[in-house]
Ligand binder design. Structure first.
Ligand code: FMN
Length: 175
């Protein structure tokens, strides 16, 4: 086995694999928006509680602070370019749905639209913003979820920094 070398602490985030990169949709006064995030984690099973890091500077954060609602949309490799594009421009300046040709569906319980091209959509309500000011951490509860059934495991995108992603395609059972 090769000897380990020192890893700069600034590189650690690339190795602690987050869940799939997701697209957060929100809507305020019937004006929807979408942003990409990769920093999320599960906190509980049922109802699902999910912690999301949503930067205070983002337009989406301002919308969520007012409506306390959002949808988590899980994309796959087919729309990777749109995923990156939605994380590199603010909805303050552009209509990302029109610019990146994103199809939407109405949600059942919240005002934010759902992204049709994503294989899964989770409608969520904010349950705790007490750590938002300090850590940009917002805890949400899933109140409805939709999935496009498929025999193959979804090829989700797992962020590995910048424009690099690890694509999850394979499933294995450890016996
Ligand atoms: C792959 C990827 C992952 C990102 N992850 C996060 C994240 O976890 N949290 C965050 O606040 N911003 C994240 N961003 C940046 C936001 O998507 C970006 O600031 C976006 O332009 C905000 O859009 P808005 O102003 O329309 O809300 C990520 C961007 C990319 C491309």
């Amino acid at each position: 086995m090769k000897k380990k070398i020192k890893l700069p602490l600034s590189e650690v985030y690339k190795l602690i694999e987050s869940g799939p990169t997701v697209m957060i949709t929100a809507s305020l006064k019937e004006r929807p928006n979408v942003m990409t995030i990769s920093w999320t984690t599960m906190l509980d099973f049922d109802p699902p509680l999910i912690a999301c890091v949503i930067g205070a500077q983002s337009h989406t954060r301002k919308m969520i602070e007012k409506t306390r609602e959002l949808a988590i949309n899980i994309p796959t490799v087919e729309i990777a370019k749109k995923v990156v594009a939605c994380g590199n421009v603010s909805g303050r300046k552009v209509d990302k749905f029109a610019k990146f040709k994103l199809r939407t569906l109405p949600a059942s319980k919240i005002s934010a639209p759902l992204l049709d091209e994503c294989y899964c959509n989770i409608e969520c309500k904010v349950v705790d913003m007490s750590m938002a000011k300090k850590y940009d951490l917002i805890i949400v509860k899933g109140i409805a979820a939709w999935v496009r059934p498929s025999k193959r495991p979804p090829a989700t995108l797992h962020h590995a920094s910048g424009r690099n992603f690890i694509v999850a395609k394979k499933r294995m059972i450890v016996k």
